[in-house]
Design a protein around this ligand. Structure first.
Ligand code: F6P
Length: 547
């Protein structure tokens, strides 16, 4: 059954929230804490190995209640049940959205077109496990009898970002295989990766849901050409495998059926790391760890599905985005992990969040009359503190930020970890409290500056504070906790899409540029002068072509 399609601005809860917003928008977080000694406890959720503190957000308990009323009025509960049970909620593409089925338990039943998909999910998982084991333990040999030392994932978008982010995040758990990623159609990207590789000991994993993506097919073809320069055609079978829904085209590319890891069209590219798209993850960290990642995501799925909204981490996280985006008119959200391991996390979420919710037409086909998808950005702390934190602290924009930290350091360097985490705690406190004029004056009092100089300097040294943050503190970075964290954001995307009344699971917005690039490529390769574009594009093309 289809999702309901209600304009959120036409609900009673939205109007109540608007009135409520006018009463809380100027309240300072410092005062909210002063006036309610229980605030931190009331607005913190402790769940499994997660400690999620929402209390440094510009909300009161009433805000939360009203946001939950909005979710109820828009039937979020019913939407969640449709999401998990395989209803065609990706209506514009006529598909279910079932990345959650990829991490379900064997005993679960999820039906698509009357067929339980779980047995097939587990068949593919077994195939991933068998193949991973044989490559990792050296049974799978290259064509000259050598074991595999390097794995190269060739894919783009969801067929690259998810695996690349997880492999990077879990490098502490990595085995001896070296993992590489080729994504950009820029020939320099593939060249820089393959130039030092030995074809005899390298395995290429071509990942493309559609197997039509220009970048991936170009890179796969160029890499195969490079490989065949030193290897016979028969060698392709032991060095190339593919992940796709398009079995016919993969076979035409020359990959044997046995070497194809299938996926289903009900898995969206940006949510596909849990499917065979995660083969490179499994190869890099072993199947057991890949399985633990899936298990973690499944635990978050259950939390999201069954927990009361007032204690539901992804529900509250998703609603807070709506609060800032639609009431405070914030345009972006920062994601700041305090671990170098999550270096690629924000980049990964940019696709997940922005490709999903960057929409301007509602589920009735009308132009929305409110803001939707937020701009996602971020970098690990403490590096980001020395780069863009100035703007978050003292700029004119309100940027809600998620601070992700871990209690334990993986390599056990307590001295470094305490320094890292003291910054994690200090930043959210500083963003909240700021520094008043009085505090600045007190500080400058002990300096050698003249009274006049102090007076001139004061306004520049004041921090208004009242900058909202959510602290997500997790016991330790493990495959399981990472699975929970990724799934948490996936469900926040869902919540936001339901409230904004948009379709989160198509991505037509990426098509126009792709189509035009095909036409332009033909024009670049033709001898005729280019005449069919606007004056600016035409000049650029002719300048490029005639150099
Ligand atoms: O360009 C957008 C997109 O369609 C993404 O949604 C997808 O993850 C990516 O391209 C790659 O697609 P494929 O896996 O089919 O090659």
């Amino acid at each position: 059954m289809a999702l309901k399609a209600t304009n959120p601005k036409h609900t009673e809860s939205w109007s109540t929230l608007q009135q409520h917003f006018n009463t809380v928008k100027d309240k300072h977080l410092k005062d909210l804490f002063k006036n309610n000694p229980k605030r931190a406890d009331q607005l913190t959720i402790k769940w499994e190995d997660f400690y999620v503190d929402f209390s440094k957000n510009r909300i009161t308990k009433e805000t939360l209640d009203l946001l939950i009323n909005l979710a109820n009025e828009l039937d979020l509960k019913d939407a969640i049940s449709k999401y998990f049970s395989g209803d065609i909620i990706n209506e514009t593409e006529g598909r279910a959205v079932l990345h959650t089925a990829l991490r379900a338990s064997k005993a679960d039943e999820v039906y698509v077109d009357g067929v339980n998909v779980i047995p097939e999910v587990f068949e593919v998982r077994q195939k991933i496990e068998r193949f991973t084991d044989s490559v990792v333990n050296g049974k799978h040999k290259g064509f000259t009898g050598n074991t595999i030392t390097d794995v190269v994932n060739i894919g783009i978008g969801g067929s690259d970002l998810g695996p690349a982010m997880v492999v990077d995040s879990l490098q502490f758990y990595k085995n001896h295989l070296k993992t590489h990623f080729i994504s950009n159609v820029d020939g320099d990207h593939y060249y820089e990766v393959v130039k030092d590789l030995n074809p005899e000991t390298t395995l290429f994993v071509i990942v493309s849901k559609t197997f039509t993506t220009q970048e991936t097919l170009s890179n796969a073809n160029s890499v195969r050409e490079w490989f065949l320069k030193s290897s016979p055609k028969e060698a392709v079978a032991s060095h190339f495998v593919a992940v796709s829904t398009n079995i016919k085209s993969v076979k035409e590319f020359g990959i044997a059926e046995d070497n194809i890891f299938p996926m289903k069209d009900w898995v969206g590219g940006r949510f596909s790391l849990w499917s065979a798209v995660g083969l490179s993850i499994s190869l890099a960290v072993g199947y057991e760890n890949f399985n633990a990642l899936l298990l973690g995501a499944n635990t978050m799925d259950t939390h999201f599905r069954v927990t009361d909204f007032s204690k539901n981490i992804p529900v509250i996280g998703g609603l807070l985005t709506v609060w800032y985006n639609n009431f405070f008119k914030s345009e972006s959200e920062a994601i700041i992990p305090y671990t170098q391991y999550l270096n690629q996390f924000a980049t990964y979420l940019q696709q997940g969040i922005m490709e999903s919710n960057g929409k301007s037409v509602d589920r009735n086909g009308n132009r929305v009359g409110y803001q939707t998808g937020t701009i996602i950005w971020g970098e690990p702390g403490t590096n980001s503190q020395h780069a863009f934190f100035q703007l978050i602290h003292q700029g004119t924009k309100l940027i809600p930020a998620d601070f992700i930290g871990f209690v334990e350091s993986l390599n056990g360097n307590a001295e470094h970890h305490d320094k890292l985490m003291s910054n994690y705690f200090a930043q959210t406190e500083a963003l909240m409290n700021g520094k008043t004029e009085k505090e600045v004056l007190q500080e400058l009092d002990s300096s050698k500056l003249s009274k006049e100089d102090i007076e001139t300097l004061v306004p520049f040294k004041i921090f208004e504070g009242n900058k909202p943050t959510t602290s997500i503190l997790i016991k330790k970075l493990t495959p399981e906790s990472l699975g929970k964290l990724i799934a948490m954001y996936e469900h926040q995307i869902f919540v936001q899409g339901i409230i904004w009344n948009i379709f989160s699971y198509d991505q037509f917005g990426v098509e126009l540029g792709k189509q035009l690039a095909k036409t332009i490529l033909n024009e670049l390769n033709a001898t005729d002068a280019i005449t069919t574009h606007d004056a600016s594009t035409q000049n650029l093309l002719n300048f490029y072509k005639n150099q």
